[in-house]
Design a protein around this ligand. Structure first.
Ligand code: ADP
Length: 778
């Protein structure tokens, strides 16, 4: 519910806020008005009762008069016209009462329905004075029952109520005085004094009732009325009252004071006077009632007017409040939206000093501050760091940040200016160095390129232009490929090399200005700046002539191999014959024979020659792939022992120490492995002329046989290590110092390779060498 209310737009909320009290107010006003109207209605009803009381009183009056005339007519048969006149007056009042809806049908229960027949009988003298008196008195009694003493429930109605009381009491007094008067007149007229005491006794009750009404009248009447009453009692009514007092005191009729006519006249005056007073009281009451009624109507109208006015005013004020709040908030919303999109220079027409006014002032303050910050930011942008920028306080994040930014910007700008100057200096230096580079690059004998990271040429030197005939502009970007052979891209593997970001070396064909394709060696290195790849710089060298020379050389080498192959084959047969014959000669000679040592030396050199020829034959077999290997399993331990023994037999100088000889079975060509072993042992002795030992180790490691032959001779240069196992390779220094063709290690390498093994050397120049080979176990 609360959520729903919160989601309502403000205008709806304000309307609700205004509407609910307004409805409440309207309901309250209607309720109040109805209540008041009810109250007035009650008052009017009250007044009506008073009115009714007045009219009933008047009827009683009229009937009393009529009773007097009817009584007199019955008594004296006189005054018929007066009686008729009085009857007419009575009827007028009866007519008035009949108009009152609340008293409809009153004739029935007041016996007035018999009035017309009584009048008729009375006119025809068919009724006695007693019957006349009886009818009228009973009727008057009944009618007086209709009358209630009205009480006005109104403010300031005290006097009026007292008048009403006095009117009622006076009316009763007049009624009872009338009864007393008629009865006394009857006694005086008929002169039946002897029954007088009985009559007085009968009338005593009436007199006492009269007296109690008199007491009530005196107690309740307002002063003015009482004063008028007292005046009547002291003067015109005095003889009547005195007569009555005296009669009921002595309980004797005084037939001397008044004759019947005198009594009628004197008591008539008293009754008339009292009636006059009664009329005055009623007239006062009437006047006051008119005033009260007017007042009620006026105050009712005023109340209605006030209610309408109050309601209108409330609704007006609420509407005005809603409109003004909505308008103000709309202004504030627009202002806030402007601030939100970064506008400045707002105007707000809010004058109140309430929470909204303060909010508006806060918004204006934000705007003012924004203007100040904008102005400051503009000035700072234009480089004016002297502009005042004062944050609103320590919690003003934006202001403080801007101030900090300004200070840092000022600092940075200063640094930047210095850096720019430095940069300019550096740039000049770079330009100079670039010029320098270009001059150098243009003077180098080879072509130079520079490529950016996307593989686009950024620079080519003069040699490129001279070679290709393309201008610098034509060559830049992808233009250089115009000089490239159609297969050049693939041939050189440019794409792959560029992607590798590593130095590369390749060759391909480029077209020269004579439209001839030339072989070019391309060497390039990547350029990195702070670890970021920026491209390649490379050189291009025309190697067409070199290639041609290499090809010629290869051809020559092939021819050499061919020659050696033929020569060694051709040499082999005579050499075998020479060796056979020399052995035979030596065998047939006596040891004392002079030629015996010569035959021995001849055999020694023939052996060396045979070894040379065998090596040459092996090389030609290797070259032609005709080397044949046997595949057998042999005991390497035994092979090593035999080889060492054979060597020891011929070598006088070097001693071979076998530190370890592993028990290993090898699968392969025993003779060829022996050839490798002999070659390495011979080399160890040959290249250690100043030493006398060779150390051999044969061990099994990780399922492999590892054999090492260590000497303490001249050692191998680091640069030569990689080439020792090449065909005909001999180190420069050993070329003439030690005999040999440079084939032993080449052949050994080939044999070990064919046995899926490996061969290598570890050596330190001047300290000796260790040759290793490794073979898989069988
Ligand atoms: P060569 O017949 O010349 O000895 P090799 O192929 O056996 O031919 O040897 C090639 C070259 O390796 C030799 O000329 C020599 O310079 C070098 N060399 C071979 N063995 C040794 C060694 N034990 N100590 C030093 N240098 C050696």
């Amino acid at each position: 519910m609360i959520d729903l209310f919160r989601r309502l737009p403000l205008s709806a909320k304000l309307i609700l806020i205004g509407l609910i009290p307004s409805i409440f107010l309207v309901c309250l006003s209607v309720e109040f008005y109805t209540f008041e109207k009810q109250k007035y209605k009650l008052s009017i009803e009250n007044i009506k009762v008073v009115d009714r009381s007045s009219i009933v009183n008047r009827l009683i009056d009229r009937l009393q008069e009529e009773r007097r005339f009817a009584f007199e007519y019955a008594l004296k048969k006189d005054g018929y016209a007066q009686m008729l006149e009085q009857q007419r007056l009575t009827d007028t009042v009866i007519g008035n009462i009949e108009n009152d809806p609340d008293l409809k049908g009153f004739e029935k229960y007041t016996m007035l329905d018999s009035l017309q027949s009584i009048r008729k009988q009375s006119s025809a003298h068919k009724l006695s004075t007693g019957q006349v008196m009886n009818f009228y008195t009973t009727a008057i009694f009944r009618i007086s029952m209709l009358e209630v003493t009205p009480q006005l429930q109104l403010a300031n109605a005290g006097l009026l109520n007292r008048e009403l009381h006095s009117a009622r009491a006076l009316s009763q007094m007049i009624t009872y005085l009338g009864i007393l008067r008629s009865n006394i007149y009857n006694v005086l007229y008929t002169r039946q004094f002897k029954y007088g005491n009985g009559t007085l006794l009968g009338l005593l009750g009436v007199y006492e009732v009269f007296s109690t009404y008199q007491v009530e009248f005196k107690a309740k009447s307002p002063e003015k009325t009482l004063a008028s009453y007292n005046l009547i009692m002291q003067r015109p009514a005095k003889p009547t009252i005195d007569y009555l007092v005296k009669s009921f005191k002595t309980m004797q009729f005084d037939s001397t004071s008044f004759t019947d006519e005198q009594w009628l006249s004197v008591s008539g005056i008293a009754v008339e006077q009292l009636r006059g007073l009664q009329a005055n009281i009623w007239s006062t009451i009437d006047q006051q009632l008119i005033r009260v009624r007017d007042n009620i109507h006026r105050s009712q109208n005023i109340l209605l007017l006030l209610l309408l006015l109050g309601l209108g005013l409330s609704v007006g004020i609420i509407t005005l409040t809603i409109i003004s709040i909505t308008k103000t908030l709309t202004e504030l919303r627009i202002a806030a939206e402007k601030i939100a999109v970064g506008e400045t220079g707002l105007t707000l027409s809010i004058a109140s000093n309430d929470v909204i006014g303060k909010l508006a002032n806060a918004v204006l303050f934000i705007d003012k501050n924004n203007q100040m910050l904008t102005h400051a930011a503009n000035e700072i942008r234009m480089g004016n760091f002297d502009i005042a920028l004062t944050p609103r306080g320590s919690s003003d994040m934006l202001g403080n940040s801007l101030l900090q930014m300004k200070n840092e910007l000022q600092h940075n700008t200063r640094e930047k200016i210095e850096q720019a100057a430095e940069l300019r200096r550096l740039l000049a230096a770079v330009r100079e160095s670039e010029n320098h580079f270009r001059q150098i690059a243009d003077q180098t004998p080879f072509m130079i390129w520079q490529f950016d990271k996307r593989g686009k040429a950024m620079y080519v030197n003069k040699q490129w232009v001279d070679f290709t005939g393309l201008t610098v502009e034509e060559s830049l970007g992808s233009g250089w490929t115009r000089a490239l052979h159609p297969d050049g891209m693939k041939e050189a593997g440019f794409v792959k090399h560029f992607a590798s970001l590593k130095s590369f070396r390749t060759r391909t064909r480029f077209k020269n200005r004579q439209n001839q394709y030339r072989w070019i060696l391309v060497q390039a290195d990547p350029i990195f700046n702070d670890g970021v790849f920026e491209g390649f710089i490379g050189s291009l060298t025309d190697i067409t002539d070199q290639i041609a020379a290499q090809e010629a050389l290869i051809e020559l080498m092939n021819k050499k191999d061919e020659f050696l192959s033929i020569a060694s084959h051709e040499l082999k047969t005579p050499l075998t014959s020479i060796k056979g014959y020399t052995q035979m000669l030596k065998k047939n000679m006596d040891e004392t024979d002079k030629s015996y040592p010569i035959a021995g030396k001849t055999l020694f050199h023939v052996d060396k020659l045979e070894k040379l020829v065998n090596d040459l034959l092996d090389v030609s077999r290797i070259n032609s792939g005709q080397m044949i290997y046997k595949d057998e399993i042999f005991d390497f331990r035994q092979l090593l022992e035999e080889s060492v023994e054979d060597f020891m037999n011929i070598s006088a100088k070097h001693k071979i120490i076998v530190q370890s000889n592993a028990d290993a079975q090898i699968k392969g060509d025993r003779m060829r492995i022996e050839q490798v072993l002999n070659n390495l042992i011979n080399n160890a002795a040959k290249y250690s002329p100043d030493a006398d030992t060779v150390v051999i180790n044969s061990q099994v490691k990780d399922g492999q046989l590892v054999v090492s032959i260590q000497d303490f001779g001249i050692g191998v240069d680091q640069k030569d290590k990689g080439s020792l196992f090449k065909k005909f390779y001999r180190t420069q220094k050993d070329l003439y110092k030690f005999q040999g063709l440079g084939l032993g290690l080449f052949i050994s390498g080939e044999i070990i390779e064919r046995h899926t093994g490996s061969i290598w050397v570890e050596s330190e120049k001047g300290k000796g060498s260790t040759f290793y080979f490794m073979l898989p176990l069988a």
